[in-house]
Design a protein around this ligand. Structure first.
Ligand code: TRP
Length: 337
């Protein structure tokens, strides 16, 4: 039963800049999997055009990872029967829609978008930011609105994109007539996963991620190097739980909550070594990742089948885009021939 009468159209996507990690998994993939069973329609986009906005000189990287992120999502359980999986660049109507939306957004507003702001800082762009990168929130609004999606499962960092999309919806409807509905975001239980180094966000560019394709050995090595409490030197020392990455991960990924409470007490009191905890965490993470990695390897054996899924999905999604664009052209009085 629907909670209200609005039918859910879910849409989400990834930039294909690298393989996906645990931060993606808890931040949005888990929600995608759940929602594909509840939604009236569900879309998944490989946002290769968006990835190119700050990777203009690395087209090969984006191309390779277009396949990789699709495989990651399939391995996690995204089901092409339930979710229309497609490639952004193959739907030119999205680009056209973005160009039309561009008139409704000011440069000042784009520069104020907190996510764009922090990404610009991280990438050291300053005033030399590629124009395409600065306007990617507008193109993301087009990603969402071409499908008239209303529910967007994303990581916490994507909230400002949804806010900007809703501003575009309001402006569009006010000027050209009621065309689009408002969009909501849904963040996962863990909207932001800290990196293995204790940095506030797991991210490829910070090199602090555990990937859905990592082997047991790699997982164990990364866990062993995790940030804990630098003052917890001897086993008998009392240790700090707050800010301790191993405990943060155990809280999220270890289902035995009672034992974790006990372990925390013991750690604080002294007498519990980091290695014991790390071994436990490595095991928990291996149990989560191994089936995904194994499915991943199997799916990767047949890249043509993955491309076929994407091609079929793209065809289906494009039909929606064409419909929406016709409506938009009419509303904007540019439907000449
Ligand atoms: N910006 C998103 C990210 O970096 C990817 C993305 C592109 C997206 N278009 C989208 C997410 C539309 C949700 C809806 O992760």
């Amino acid at each position: 039963m629907e909670k209200n009468n609005i039918k859910k159209t879910v849409l989400t996507g990834d930039r294909p800049t690298g393989k996906l990690h645990l931060g993606h998994f808890v931040g949005s993939i888990q929600n995608r999997l759940k929602l594909q069973n509840e939604a009236e329609k569900s879309f998944y986009m490989v946002a290769d055009m968006q990835a190119l906005t700050d990777n203009a000189e690395n087209p090969e990287k984006i191309r390779i990872n277009t396949l990789e992120v699709a495989i990651d999502n399939l391995a996690c359980g995204l089901d092409p029967q339930k979710t229309t999986m497609f490639i952004q660049s193959q739907i030119p109507e999205i680009a056209e829609l973005a160009l039309l939306f561009m008139n409704l957004v000011t440069l000042a507003r784009l520069k104020r978008n907190p996510t764009v702001k922090s990404e610009m800082k991280q990438k050291g762009f300053g005033e030399d930011v590629p124009a395409g990168f600065l306007i990617y929130p507008v193109s993301q609004a087009a990603d969402i609105l071409f499908a008239k999606a209303n529910l967007i499962p994303v990581g916490e960092d994507q909230k400002p994109m949804i806010e900007q999309t809703n501003e575009i919806v309001d402006s569009f409807n006010r000027i050209y007539g009621e065309t689009f509905g408002h969009v909501s975001h849904l963040v996962g239980e863990t909207p932001r996963l800290v990196g293995t180094d204790g940095n506030s966000k797991m991210s490829k560019s910070l090199n602090n991620g555990i990937y859905l394709s990592d082997s047991d050995e790699v997982i164990e090595k990364k866990v062993m190097e995790m940030y804990t409490d630098p003052n917890h030197i001897h086993v008998e020392d009392s240790g700090k739980v707050e800010g301790n990455v191993v405990f943060m991960y155990l809280d999220i990924f270890d289902s035995n909550k009672e034992e974790i409470i006990e372990l925390k007490k013991q750690y604080q009191k002294g007498g519990l070594g980091d290695v014991v905890l790390k071994k436990r965490l490595a095991k928990v993470l291996s149990e989560l990742i191994t089936p995904i990695r194994e499915r991943r390897e199997k799916i990767a054996e047949n890249p043509k089948a993955v491309m076929d899924i994407l091609q079929e999905g793209t065809k289906k999604a494009r039909e929606e885009a064409i419909k929406t664009l016709n409506e938009v052209r009419q509303a904007m009085k540019i439907d000449f021939f």
